[in-house]
Design a protein around this ligand. Structure first.
Ligand SMILES: [Fe+2]
Length: 183
């Protein structure tokens, strides 16, 4: 269930169609994929890629993506803080950032060229396609876990180009989504 917050306008969008429309105006694709598949946080990469093979193949064709994998991050991930510190500083890539969330949740902040910074919270069933060149950063929610399919145009292209303007420090990476369970 996606939730968009626009902190500078004190505004929230939690209706999926409205969220997709807002994002599409920024060039970002949002889709809600069916959760009828019996994959969850305990499923293997092979099970997940197999369950979503049709959707993944369709995306590959439409976006020129060549490979897909599954990223799985939780408290037990070695070097978790170092990894998160690479994601949570404003940056952009020379290829699209495409993520489909299987389990867990996270928050993308997106900094459009013309318009306010938005926070997009994603959880199970949410596909987000952020076009190349778009400034963004990513944080986990407090429960610090996410499992997601990633698609790449060129796997070696996952290079973050950091902006170094400190914009991320102006926004609290706190999740508010309705599926968020506080511990
Ligand atoms: Fe990124």
């Amino acid at each position: 269930m996606v939730l968009i917050r626009i902190p500078d306008e004190n505004r929230k969008i939690d209706e999926p169609k409205e969220a997709a429309k807002y994002l599409s105006e920024l060039g970002i694709v949002y889709e809600k994929w069916s959760s009828e598949y019996s994959v969850d946080g305990s499923s293997t990469q092979e099970e997940i890629l197999s369950a979503y093979s049709k959707e993944v193949e369709d995306l590959k064709k439409s976006g020129g993506y060549t490979t897909a994998d599954v990223i799985n991050i939780d408290e037990r991930t070695p070097g978790l803080d170092d990894m998160l510190n690479k994601f949570n500083k404003e940056h952009w890539h020379s290829e699209d950032e495409v993520r489909f969330t299987i389990a867990g949740r996270g928050i993308f902040h997106i900094h459009p060229e013309n318009g306010p910074v938005i926070a997009v919270e994603v959880s199970r069933g949410d596909l987000l396609r952020v076009p190349s060149g778009t400034k963004h950063w990513f944080d986990l929610c407090e429960d610090r876990n996410i499992k997601a399919i990633r698609l790449f145009q060129d796997k070696s292209g996952w290079t973050p180009y950091y902006v170094h303007e400190g914009v991320e420090g102006q926004y609290q990476p706190i999740c508010f989504g309705p599926t968020y369970i506080r511990h």
